[in-house]
Design a protein around this ligand. Structure first.
Ligand SMILES: [Fe+2]
Length: 400
């Protein structure tokens, strides 16, 4: 048992991270002689990136698979595994490169998990018939093992994990430095949220290149930055916070508050774009250790019901979460006051603690975000909050 005031925590971060404008261009050199399979968000082709990467990777590029926009779902993971696994089988050691936003990165985390084929013990004549008739069926059966593990029906066993390198094209997800992914199981009605969360879930490498976010439209830039802000605040009002996650989260949140309005006014501002990418990475590091909390717990149903982008669906709950957290823990109150010191300057007496959450609301409104759940079609916010407080993520929240 730890004495009060004595700090004790663990920190695990096995991802080899590169950060900086232009760092993604180093990827082909770092690949060396290895072959690569790229899973890329669809716009990469129109942006000319596919042509650039294809030229840079040359003979090493075994396949380029486009990932259209949409939720990461069990059905899509199955579909992509049927495209990716034959390439990995035929080219052992191939590096799976995920280029895109949170959906692409999350799907790649699942698709890299290829169960080792348990070859049936049958005579060679029947064996060859199976090979010719049902290669696809064998692969489908293997994905069923992934699906069973995701649904908690079976353990993760005998996986051949492809090396995974992640190249985020948005500033916000943090998926490149976390061990988990969200997968919607649309085989169920209503759809079920499955959380992939395993010690082997980390990528091997991440290239966080702010230049890649230049192509993000304003809506994506805003909503992904809101996701980063949510990760940062949720790492602060979290039972698993530690001094390092606190420092990273405060730094990340401040960067988002300062840089997002600049980027929305001036999308080509390289310094502000870099600040958002760094904020996303800092918040990613922080919540990779603490996990998320109440706002994320509340967000998933809104996204599923209304199609609200993830970052926005989280941010809309931040003021309500802060209202519950305020006064529970002096550490949390102090850190949040640090984060919002500048934004709260003109909001009344510094001794009035309510001015800080108001500063969050004012800032969110200034980037076009309503904090009224009813404006997102949510008419039972109080009931949802009470239910979320006892969920797995909700229990990470200091006020739960
Ligand atoms: Fe998130």
């Amino acid at each position: 048992m730890t004495a009060p005031g004595v700090v004790s925590f663990q920190w695990r971060m096995p991802v080899d991270v590169r950060f900086g404008a232009g760092c993604a261009a180093e990827l082909p050199d770092r690949l060396g002689e290895r072959s690569a399979l790229v899973m890329a968000f669809e716009p990469a082709t129109a942006l000319g990136w596919r042509a650039q990467w294809t030229a840079a990777l040359g003979q090493r590029l075994r396949a380029w698979i486009e990932v259209p926009d949409g939720l990461s779902s069990m059905a899509r993971c199955r579909e992509f595994s049927e495209q990716v696994w034959p390439v990995l089988e035929a080219n052992p050691g191939t590096v799976l490169i995920a280029l895109g936003g949170g959906t692409t990165l999350d799907i790649a985390k699942l698709v890299r998990c290829r169960p080792v084929q348990a070859r049936p013990q049958i005579d060679s004549q029947i064996d060859s018939q199976i090979d010719s008739l049902s290669g696809a069926r064998l692969r489908t059966a293997s994905f069923d093992r992934v699906a069973d593990a995701l649904r908690g029906r079976a353990p993760w066993l005998d996986l051949d994990l492809a090396p995974l390198w992640m190249v985020p094209t948005t500033a916000g997800t943090g998926s490149e430095v976390t061990r988990w992914a969200t997968v919607w199981d649309t085989d169920f009605e209503p759809a079920q949220k499955r959380s992939f969360d395993e010690a082997f879930g980390y990528a091997d490498c991440a290239f966080v290149d702010p230049l890649l976010t230049d192509s993000c439209p304003a809506g994506v830039t805003r909503d992904t930055a809101l996701d980063a802000l949510s990760h940062a605040l949720e790492a602060i009002w979290n039972r698993h916070a530690n001094p390092i996650s606190d420092a990273l989260a405060v730094s990340a949140a401040r960067k988002v508050l300062n840089a997002l309005p600049v980027v929305l006014q001036d999308p080509a501002n390289a310094q502000a774009r870099s600040a958002l990418s760094l904020a996303s990475l800092e918040a990613g590091f922080a919540f990779s250790q603490t996990r998320t909390a109440l706002a994320h717990a509340l967000s998933y149903a809104v996204t599923l019901e209304q199609g609200t982008p993830h970052g926005l669906a989280c941010a809309m709950w931040l003021p309500a979460a802060w209202a519950l957290a305020q006064g529970c823990d002096a550490r949390v109150d102090g850190l949040l006051e640090q984060v919002f010191a500048r934004q709260s300057d003109e909001l009344g007496d510094p001794r009035d603690a309510s001015r800080y959450p108001r500063a969050l609301q004012v800032w969110l409104n200034s980037v076009g975000v309503s904090c009224d759940p009813a404006s997102y079609g949510v008419l039972d916010a109080d009931r949802r909050i009470q239910a979320a407080l006892s969920s797995a993520r909700g229990r990470n929240f200091i006020a739960a």
